[in-house]
Design a protein around this ligand. Structure first.
Ligand SMILES: [Zn+2]
Length: 268
């Protein structure tokens, strides 16, 4: 059984991704030890065990007794859950001729990058460029790897496949870029536009547009719910990034199901 191992890996990564999201958004170095935000005391290894340290210390700093945010253990658990789910859904997803641990690793890496993007966007309304580039590179590697698994060994042909996916990325980005230019950036951030390019590269055109569609619909539903429940005002800005990330994740792992579902609804 690999799942307990994947879960623990997720807890450890969750703690790291949390720090990464904060440091990239604040343009701080990603190297260096973690410190307490209140007293600046360097945290020891036994302050940093996911979940366990938080519970042992009652959610407080060992040195100055300031409370740590409940977000830390929650993000660790969330990451562990996403890792387990990602491992599970990426098993048979590509119908590869032979089973592949590498494809799991590509998908776990994508999930990790998406979690950093999600945290950064929710906390700071930023999607760090480093994560966009990381996602794009993972996408290129996956495209070439899948090509190799299906018998393509010519490097020029593999590069050509990557080139075709770049064109698809531009096609998927085009409508959002148009909205961005027409609204002069008031409608959405440029980070969202860049992300749709990367999504298009990885998913291709049909699934890329479906990811946008899922993002708009889920964002619209949440926005309407916030209005109805008076949690938000008409002017409350809802970040589009988290919904775009959701749409991408759903299309990456549930592509056949979603396409079947859409064809039933819209009758194509
Ligand atoms: Zn402290």
């Amino acid at each position: 059984m690999i799942y307990p191992f994947v879960f623990i890996l997720g807890l450890i990564f969750g703690s790291f991704l949390n720090v990464l999201a904060d440091r990239l958004s604040k343009r701080k170095t990603i190297l260096g030890r973690s410190k307490c935000d209140s007293c600046n005391h360097e945290l020891a290894w036994n302050d940093l065990i996911p979940i366990v340290s938080y519970m042992m210390l009652g959610g407080k700093c060992r040195y100055c007794k300031a409370s740590f945010s409940i977000q830390y253990p929650l993000v660790e658990l969330f990451t562990a859950g996403v890792f387990v789910m990602t491992w599970y859904v990426s098993t048979e997803q590509l119908l590869l001729p032979r089973s592949s641990v590498l494809i799991h690793i590509f998908h776990m890496a994508i999930a990790a990058v998406l979690i950093v993007m999600l945290l950064a966007d929710l906390r700071y309304q930023i999607i760090p460029d480093e994560m966009q580039i990381a996602l794009l590179l993972i996408g290129f590697l996956k495209i070439m790897y899948v090509g190799v698994v299906f018998g393509q060994s010519d490097i020029l042909q593999l590069m050509q496949m990557v080139g075709q996916h770049i064109i698809l990325g531009v096609a998927v980005m085009a409508p959002l870029l148009a909205v961005f230019l027409l609204t002069k950036g008031r409608g959405m951030g440029f980070g969202d536009v860049k992300l749709t390019f990367v999504i298009g590269v990885i998913l291709g055109m049909v699934s890329g547009y479906l990811a946008l569609y899922i993002g708009f619909v889920s964002g619209g539903i949440i926005g309407a719910l916030l209005l109805v429940t008076k949690r938000g005002k008409r002017k409350t800005k809802i970040a589009f990034g988290p919904f775009l990330i959701l749409g991408f994740y759903v299309m990456l792992f549930f592509e056949p199901e979603i396409i079947l579902f859409m064809s039933r609804i819209y009758g194509f």
